[in-house]
Design a protein around this ligand. Structure first.
Ligand code: GLY
Ligand code: MN
Ligand code: MN
Length: 363
């Protein structure tokens, strides 16, 4: 990353939320949150952030060297039980914890580390870091563009390779695509690659099976790369053998999903309610008579997690702001026949949405 990450700035954003959340400090041990707040990438760690911005970290002996490199400026306390260790040292009356990430058993152990005689108590918090992470800083946007570019180039290579052809299996296509992402610089895949052909494409979350592709099949490929902790996510639907091999109905649902997807992308502007992004896609599919086959919501943010805030669904109550990422992924899935999904990831900017997955959208 060439944009410098300021972990102190991120912790200051969290610290500024604590008073309203009813706490004097918060202990965080969800790995993506520890990473976002400190730069530490190990599997066991916690960070304590005070309302005045001070912070300390904990990890176990396996990571002493690593945390010294990744989070060199933070006071370190070694322990296997990181959150409990930091809770015991916090010395505040109201210690927040992340109710969405801590098990009941862990919460009880953290509470036991507090000094009840001094009036110390645990306070539940919800989604504080998630809301901050929804708006990406420059370093994150750079990482997201880079990981999306790896996936885009891998898909272009896949198409050129001729692997998408009748007689090859879904598994063959997934392996070729994943190999290309790896040698293109990915640390791994973002999620299990979906290569769903013919009737399998009617399952939004199909896998990649032994089915052989046939000319005329709808073929949905939903894939992503992972690099430096960040993820990409995009979907293209093709017709095996090209448009001449397609049935009219397949082309009809394809063109409907494409119109819906373009409308959704165009709507992704700062100030737009996320429910309106969902509506922009859904009303086109409903008007075409396929509403019952659009069985999921329209999209999600992406970053250190593949699925993270914000979420675009009919129930969303939040609004897009500049710096958010969002996937726009409407689909039509006709059981027993097949399905179409088209998915891009966009960055919300002050102007047009920036599509970071700019592959052609043709069959
Ligand atoms: N591949 C998962 C998704 O598109 O959300
Ligand atoms: Mn996807
Ligand atoms: Mn997605």
């Amino acid at each position: 990353m060439s944009s410098t990450v300021s972990y102190a700035d991120r912790r200051a954003l969290l610290a500024a939320e604590l008073e309203d959340a009813g706490c004097d400090a918060i202990v965080v041990d969800h790995p993506q949150h520890v990473r976002w707040l400190t730069g530490f990438t190990g599997s066991n760690g916690a960070v304590l952030v005070y309302a005045d911005g001070r912070a300390m970290v904990s990890t176990d002996g396996r990571y002493t060297t690593q945390i010294g490199v990744e989070a060199p400026d933070l006071e370190l306390h070694l322990s296997r039980n990181c959150a409990i260790e930091l809770a015991g040292r916090a010395g505040v009356k109201r210690l927040g914890f992340e109710a969405g990430h801590v098990t009941v058993a862990a919460m009880r152990r953290i509470a036991a580390a507090l000094d009840a005689a001094k009036g110390e108590e645990l306070v539940e918090t919800a989604d504080l870091v998630e809301k901050l992470r929804a708006v990406k800083d420059d370093a994150e946007l750079e990482a997201l563009r880079a990981v999306a570019d790896i996936a885009v180039k891998a898909f272009e290579g896949l198409v050129e390779s001729g692997a998408i052809a009748a007689g090859n299996t879904e598994r063959d296509v997934a392996a070729e695509l994943e190999h290309r992402m790896r040698i293109g610089g990915a640390d791994g895949i973002a999620f299990d690659t979906i290569v769903a052909s013919g009737p399998n494409s009617a399952k939004p979350h199909a896998g990649a099976e032994d089915r052989e592709l046939r000319d005329g099949d709808l073929l949905t490929i939903d894939f992503g790369a992972a690099k430096d902790g960040y993820h990409s996510d995009m979907t293209r639907t093709l017709i095996v053998g090209g448009p001449d091999a397609a049935e009219d109905f397949a082309m009809e649902i394809y063109s409907t999903v494409l119109r819906a997807q373009l409308a959704g992308v165009a709507s992704a502007r700062p100030g737009t309610p996320l429910a309106d992004v969902d509506r922009a896609c859904r009303e086109i599919i409903v008007a075409a008579g396929h509403g019952e086959y659009f069985v999921h919501s329209t999209g999600h943010g992406i970053g250190l997690d593949v699925h993270e805030a914000p979420y675009a669904s009919s129930r969303s109550t939040e609004t897009l702001v500049t710096g958010m990422t969002l996937t726009i992924e409407p689909g039509i899935y006709v059981p027993g026949y097949g399905g179409v999904r088209i998915e891009d990831t966009v960055i919300v900017t002050d102007g047009e949405p920036e599509i970071i997955t700019p592959l052609p959208k043709t069959v």
